[in-house]
Design a binder for this molecule. Structure first.
Ligand code: GLA
Length: 749
C-alpha cells in the first residue's frame, strides 16, 4: 500500500553510521564475518523452520538490510522467517584480541523477532503477536545476540544456520538498517561512553559537561581520556588523563569548562591494550535569548478562535515577576476571567468578532495588549503550541509522565510564553474496547477525565491520538468504525486536540488510493468531532500523501503533517524543514497550517530511554527559526521535567515565537537557495518582514548579505530577534554563522 510505502520509507531513514557516531558498542570491530549474502525468506509461521536441517531450497532470496516491501512483498504484514546458512571459521577467533564472546549483529528487525542458531534460541526482541504478554514492536532496536565462544549452538569450522522468526504488524517489515555480521567482542565493546545523557550544565561563570562511562566487562578497562576544543578547525588541547573503568561499573566523568568557551568539545577514550577508540563531539551551547524582564509582558497571540456555544478556555500568557493580576475589558458575554490565574472560561453564545483589551499588572508596572476573539470563524487561528509525548516517551507514555510534563510546563515558566497543549500520542489505548464498543484507556491512564480536569485547572489543554484504521502505528486500537463513539469519549474526557494518524488505514483504503480515498476517513472524523460541539483541534497525520496541504482544510483539518517522522539529526531536520516551501504556501489563519512534525530538542528518545537531542545547539536554533517562519505547529518533543537551561532559553524567546504566531499567518518565501546559504522571508501583520538566514554548511561561514540580493530595499532598522537587539543597517549585513546555524531578523525599514 502507498501508506505502508511511506511508513517504510520513514523507517529507512535512520542510518547505522549515525548510531556509530553515538558510540554504541559493536561499531568498531575489526575482525568480523559479514553475513550479507545468502539470506532466504518465507512468509507464514512454522516452528519446523527453526531447525537447521530444514530444506529451505524453495525459499526466495532476500537482502537483509532492506525492508521486504521493497523486495517483492509489497503490503505484507504478519509472520515471516529469514534463514541463512554460513560457515564459521575458527580463524575469526585466532585473529581477535579477546576470544570470549561472539556477537551476532542482525541490524534492526521490524517489528519483533525470536532468533535461532542451529535450532537453539539465542535471543528475542519485542514481542510477537501471539505472546501471552501482548504484542510489542521494537522496530528501531539493533539486534545484538551474544554467545560465549564455547556455546554448544556454535559450530566452529562448520556450517551454521541462523533462523529468524519475525512478526510485522504494519508498514515496513523484515530485517533492515545494518549489515548482519558476526564478531568477537573486544575490550572497547564493553565500554560505553555516553555524552548525551547529561546536557551541558550552564551556571554563571562556568559550565560542566558530564560524560557517562560504563564498563560491562568483568575486569577493569584502562584508557586515555582526552578532551580537546575545536574552534573553527583549530584544535586546542584541553585535558588528557589515564582513566580506569572499574569492572562492571558505571562512572560519571565531569569536565569543567569556562562559560566563555565556544566551539566543539571533542572527547576520546583510547583503550590501552588495543588503542581502539571511542569518540564524541558536541557543540558547546550558547545562550541567545536575553533573561526575562521583571516588568509585565503579555505574550499571548493577538487572535484566538472558538465556536459559539463550545466550552471556552484561554490562558493569558504573560511574563514578569509574580504575583501578577490580570484584567480584560470588553470580554464578550458568557466569559469570565479569573484575575489571579489569568484563565478565561465560559462559553460565547453568539458568533462574532470580539475585541478585548488584556491587562497584566505586577509590582513593576502594568501593560496592556489588544486581543481579538473570533467566535464562529474557525479555531486554531495561529499554529497550536505545546508538548507531545511521542518524541520523548514513544509508546511508554503514561498519565504520570503527562502530568510531569504539564507540571514542568507551568513550573519552568514556559507556559507563560504561550505553550498550551499537552498532547498524548500513541500508547494510551486498552487492548480491547468495552462490550458496547466504547474506547477504553489502558492501565497507564487510570482516568482521562481526571487528567484533563487537572490540566485545565493549570490553564493547559489536553490532546489525544488515534487512527482512522483499526490499529494505530504502534499497534494499538484505532477508531475504525467507532469514530462517533470515540469523538463522544473525547468530549466526555475533556479533550482539546486530536492527532489522527493514517497508519493501518492503509489496509482499508484501496491499493492505489485516489484523492477521495485519502480524504474519506478524515471527513468521517471531522463530522464526528463537529457533532461533539467541543473545540477540538483536528490534526491530520498521513505524512503528506496526496498533497494534503491542498485539501487538509476541506476535510476540516486545522493542521496537517506534511512529511514522514522527524528524527534528531541534521539530515532529518534539513530534509524535512527546508522542503516546506510549497506545503507552507497554503498556510493561513482561515485555512490551516502545515506540520513538518514535532520539535526534536532537549531529552528525546521515542522510548523510556532518553538522550539529549543529537542536533547541535546551532541546529536547534535553525529548527526553531525555520519552524517559526513556516508558521508550523510547535510541539515540544522532550521530557519537560528534565529541561536544561539551553532548551528553556531556546523555547522562551517571545520575539521568535511571535513570528510563528503572527496573526497574518502568511507563508515565507525562499529568496536565496544555494548549497551554502538559504534565506527565507515572511511578511508580518505589522507590515514588517521576518528574515531567516541559514548556514547550510557544516562549518562556520562569514556572510556579507546585501539586502538587495534578497529582494529587499535598503532598510533603516532591523532587529536581531534571537538577541532581541535593534540596529541600524547599511546596504548589507555582516554575519558569522556557526555550522548549520542561523540568524532571524525583523526588518521594518
Ligand atoms: C506515526 C506518526 C508519529 C507517531 C507514531 C505513533 O509514526 O507519524 O508521529 O504518532 O505514529 O505510533
Amino acid at each position: 500500500m502507498f501508506g505502508s510505502a511511506i511508513k517504510y520509507f520513514i523507517k529507512m531513514k535512520i542510518s547505522l553510521s549515525v548510531a556509530c557516531l553515538f558510540l554504541l558498542p559493536f561499531c568498531l570491530q575489526s575482525q568480523s564475518l559479514i553475513l550479507k549474502d545468502g539470506w532466504k525468506i518465507k512468509t507464514g509461521d512454522d516452528m519446523a523452520w527453526a531447525r537447521p536441517e530444514y530444506d529451505d531450497s524453495g525459499w526466495k532470496a532476500i537482502q537483509p538490510a532492506r525492508v521486504f516491501e521493497t523486495q517483492g512483498f509489497e503490503g505484507y504484514d504478519g509472520y515471516a522467517w529469514y534463514r541463512l546458512k554460513f560457515f564459521l571459521p575458527s580463524s575469526l577467533k585466532e585473529k581477535s584480541h579477546l576470544k570470549e564472546s561472539l556477537n551476532i549483529f542482525l541490524g534492526k528487525i521490524d517489528d519483533a523477532d525470536i532468533t535461532y542458531l542451529n535450532g537453539v534460541e539465542i535471543g528475542r526482541t519485542g514481542r510477537l503477536d501471539n505472546d501471552p504478554k501482548g504484542y510489542e514492536t521494537e522496530w528501531q532496536k539493533d539486534r545484538n545476540y551474544t554467545l560465549p565462544a564455547n556455546h554448544p549452538a556454535l559450530h566452529w569450522d562448520a556450517d551454521n544456520v541462523l533462523a529468524v522468526r519475525m512478526d510485522d504488524a504494519n508498514g515496513g517489515g523484515g530485517m533492515w538498517n545494518g549489515t548482519p555480521q558476526v564478531a568477537f567482542l573486544d575490550l572497547i565493546d564493553y565500554v560505553r561512553m555516553d555524552a548525551l545523557t547529561h546536557a551541558f550544565e550552564l551556571l554563571p561563570g562556568r559550565m560542566t559537561k558530564t560524560v557517562l562511562f560504563s564498563n560491562t566487562y568483568n575486569k577493569p578497562i584502562k584508557g586515555i581520556f582526552t578532551v580537546e576544543i575545536n574552534q573553527n578547525g583549530g584544535i586546542i588541547p584541553y585535558s588528557r588523563e589515564l582513566l580506569t573503568l572499574e569492572a562492571s561499573s558505571v562512572f560519571e566523568k565531569k569536565i569543567p569548562l569556562s562559560d566563555s568557551l565556544h566551539g566543539i568539545v571533542q572527547i576520546t577514550f583510547a583503550e590501552q591494550e588495543t588503542g581502539k577508540q571511542l569518540r564524541a563531539a558536541q557543540e558547546i551551547p550558547y545562550i541567545l535569548t536575553p533573561p526575562e524582564a521583571p516588568a509585565p509582558k503579555i505574550n499571548t497571540p493577538e487572535v484566538y478562535g472558538c465556536r459559539p456555544g463550545a466550552p471556552f478556555q484561554f490562558y493569558i500568557a504573560a511574563t514578569g515577576t509574580t504575583p501578577m493580576t490580570y484584567d480584560a475589558s470588553n470580554l464578550p458575554m458568557g466569559l469570565t476571567l479569573d484575575k489571579t490565574t489569568g484563565i478565561i472560561t465560559g462559553s460565547i453564545p453568539e458568533e462574532g468578532t470580539y475585541r478585548v483589551l488584556l491587562k497584566v499588572k505586577n509590582a513593576r508596572g502594568e501593560v496592556s495588549k489588544n486581543f481579538r476573539i473570533e467566535a464562529g470563524r474557525g479555531i486554531a487561528l495561529t499554529p497550536p503550541m505545546g508538548w507531545n509525548s511521542w518524541n520523548c516517551w514513544g509508546l511508554s507514555v503514561s498519565d504520570a509522565k503527562v502530568r510531569a510534563s504539564a507540571n514542568a510546563m507551568v513550573q519552568s515558566g514556559l507556559m507563560r510564553h504561550g505553550w498550551t497543549y499537552i498532547n498524548i500520542d500513541d500508547g494510551w489505548e486498552a487492548p480491547e474496547r468495552a462490550a458496547d464498543g466504547t474506547m477504553v484507556t489502558n492501565d497507564k491512564f487510570p482516568d482521562m477525565k481526571d487528567l484533563s480536569g487537572y490540566l485545565h485547572g493549570l490553564g493547559l489543554k489536553l490532546g489525544i491520538y488515534s487512527s482512522p484504521g483499526p490499529r494505530t502505528c504502534g499497534g494499538f486500537l484505532g477508531s475504525y468504525q467507532h469514530e462517533q463513539q470515540d469523538a463522544d469519549s473525547y468530549k466526555d474526557w475533556g479533550i482539546d486536540y486530536l492527532k489522527y494518524d493514517w497508519c493501518s488505514y492503509g489496509s482499508i483504503a484501496p491499493q492505489n488510493p485516489s484523492l477521495d480515498d485519502y480524504k474519506k476517513p478524515y471527513f468521517v472524523m471531522r463530522d464526528a468531532l463537529a457533532n461533539t460541539g467541543r473545540d477540538i483541534v483536528y490534526s491530520l497525520c498521513q505524512y503528506g500523501m496526496g498533497n494534503v496541504w491542498e485539501w487538509g482544510h476541506e476535510v476540516g483539518g486545522n493542521v496537517w503533517r506534511t512529511t514522514g517522522d522527524i528524527e534528531d539529526t541534521w539530515e532529518s531536520l534539513k530534509n524535512i524543514g527546508f522542503a516546506q516551501e510549497t506545503p507552507a504556501s497554503f498556510n493561513g489563519p482561515w485555512y490551516g497550517f502545515g506540520d513538518p512534525d514535532m520539535l526534536v530538542v532537549g531529552m528525546v528518545g521515542w522510548s523510556d530511554q532518553l538522550h539529549q537531542s543529537r542536533l547541535t545547539p546551532s541546529e536547534q536554533y535553525t529548527h526553531i527559526t525555520l519552524w517559526s517562519l513556516l508558521s508550523a505547529p510547535l510541539m515540544i518533543g522532550c521530557d519537560m521535567s528534565k529541561m536544561d537551561a539551553f532548551t528553556y532559553n531556546l523555547l522562551s524567546n517571545d520575539e521568535v515565537i511571535a513570528i510563528d504566531q503572527d496573526p497574518l499567518g502568511k507563508p515565507p518565501k525562499r529568496v536565496k537557495n544555494d548549497e551554502n546559504l538559504q534565506v527565507w522571508v515572511k511578511p508580518l501583520s505589522d507590515g514588517s518582514q521576518a528574515v531567516g538566514v541559514f548556514n547550510m554548511k557544516a562549518e562556520l561561514q562569514e556572510i556579507d548579505l546585501k539586502w538587495s540580493d534578497i529582494g529587499l530595499k535598503t532598510p533603516q532598522i532591523y532587529r536581531d530577534l534571537w538577541r532581541q537587539k535593534g540596529k541600524i543597517a547599511g546596504q548589507s549585513i555582516k554575519l558569522r554563522l556557526p555550522a548549520h546555524g542561523c540568524a532571524l531578523y525583523k526588518i521594518s525599514g
